[in-house]
Design a protein around this ligand. Structure first.
Ligand SMILES: [Zn+2]
Length: 139
């Protein structure tokens, strides 16, 4: 075979594809970037899926002990997996942007993103601080 003109190899099955099939796939496929851990588990899903994979959930639980909103004591394992950047606003389902949020904070942060500020904690975690609205008086 001539280098550069070899057919494609479908890694999932080991099937060798003719060049015409490689060209057709290149024209009709969507490129997806996949990041895996050392065990081959997918950690970054980009925009392809909204919900975290089981491997992402395990990785989030290893990184966080509780809900990622300051002062919330709910254990991470009882939390929902939340997107640091809201999924509906273009957020990615990538491990570096996922964390645990209790049901209340997940929903409240979605409805009132202006009430929360995000900061980086260490190299690979985030935390959110809730800010009570200025000028709102409690009865
Ligand atoms: Zn919470």
């Amino acid at each position: 075979m001539v280098p550069g003109l070899v057919p494609g190899l479908l890694l999932a099955t080991g099937q060798v594809l003719p060049v015409s099939s490689v060209h057709r796939l290149a024209r009709t496929s969507t490129l997806v970037r996949i990041v895996m851990d050392a065990d081959g588990q997918v950690l970054d899903m980009g925009r392809k899926v909204r919900l975290a994979t089981p491997a992402q959930r395990r990785a989030v639980f290893a990184r966080y002990a509780t809900c990622w909103v300051d002062g919330c004591p709910l254990p991470a394992t009882l939390c929902q997996i939340d997107h640091a950047d809201n999924w509906s606003s273009g957020g990615l389902t990538d491990l570096k942007l996922l964390g645990p949020a209790c049901q209340f904070h997940n929903r409240d942060r979605y409805r009132h993103p202006d009430r929360y500020t995000r900061r980086k904690v260490g190299k690979d975690r985030w935390a959110f601080t809730y800010h009570r609205l200025a000028g709102v008086r409690r009865l």
